[in-house]
Design a protein around this ligand. Structure first.
Ligand code: SF4
Length: 277
């Protein structure tokens, strides 16, 4: 592991409070389920990304450590518990994500909406960012449902270059992911859309540049680029450790392409410092 990827694990009072709040309320986070290397930092700052709709995914992406199989039905108490968490942690900005729920007719969109609305009932000033699945067979329906809960930043991750989809994201489809971001932008032109990619899975610069241009062509506003780190024994190997300097180079390239908000560094994740303007 290169020196620039060494990080302290979590400690301190705020970290423990975050842990305790999530535990008491029975909430899942992507921080824990994906073995995110930023957990110590984020939880110590009193922020976390809640993982709704359970922690069993209907897909099996090779870069991800979230469990897969047959998920349970959505839990009607979850919106209340997420709202209680936001209240207790005094959040101003909440990132919500979920596993893929191909088993649900709306892909879980109504549950996202219910969580936002419940949180907003309790904390009207709370701002939201969604990181949603690709809503494989129900993109229009999901966008119509989510529209009831605007405003929010709308995120969907491309994750990697199309040439690596069969290896890294076999249940995904590059065009389908672009379509979702494009449809969201068309439905809500004033809503900022966002996407993220992991670097170090074997992509070439040329492939990555192509993806950034595709994202700009469909009006994607925000971009985050971070180092892929193998989250579990079964996950794909890291092909390359991209240097901080190269991440900075990509940041400049992305800004030059017209992205209005770019985070690009080894530890960048779609939800890392997402609240920064
Ligand atoms: S970067 Fe996101 S997923 Fe990782 S610890 Fe921070 S909030 Fe959680």
């Amino acid at each position: 592991m290169p020196q620039w990827l060494k990080r302290r694990i979590g400690e301190g009072e705020t970290f423990m409070q975050t842990h305790q709040t999530l535990h008491e309320l029975g909430l899942e986070t992507i921080c824990t389920n994906a073995n995110c290397p930023n957990k110590g930092d984020c939880w110590s700052r009193g922020t976390a990304t809640v993982l709704i709709l359970g922690n069993i995914c209907t897909r099996n992406c090779r870069f991800c450590s979230v469990g897969h199989g047959r998920p349970l039905p959505p839990d009607a108490t979850e919106p209340l518990r997420v709202a209680a968490m936001a209240n207790k942690m005094g959040l101003k900005y909440l990132v919500i994500t979920s596993v893929d729920r191909d088993d649900l007719k709306d892909g879980g969109a109504a549950h996202f909406r219910d969580v936002i609305q419940q949180c907003r009932n309790e904390i009207p000033s709370l701002e939201f960012e969604l990181l949603v699945p690709d809503f494989r067979d129900c993109q229009e329906e999901a966008i119509a449902i989510l529209g009831e809960a605007l405003p929010f930043i709308f995120g969907h991750n491309i994750e990697t270059v199309p040439a690596l989809y069969s290896k890294a994201r076999p249940g995904g489809d590059y065009r389908r992911s672009l379509d979702l971001l494009e449809k969201a932008k068309k439905a809500w032109p004033r809503t900022q859309t966002k996407s993220s990619l992991m670097l170090g899975l074997g992509e070439t610069d040329e492939h990555l540049m192509h993806v950034l241009k595709d994202l700009r062509a469909i009006g994607c506003d925000r971009l985050s680029l971070g180092q892929y780190l193998k989250p579990s024994k079964e996950s794909l190997e890291v092909e390359e450790f991209v240097t901080p300097e190269k991440f900075e180079w990509w940041r400049q390239q992305a800004l030059a392409l017209g992205f209005s908000w770019v985070q690009s560094s080894p530890f960048t994740r779609s939800s890392y410092h997402a609240e920064e303007k």
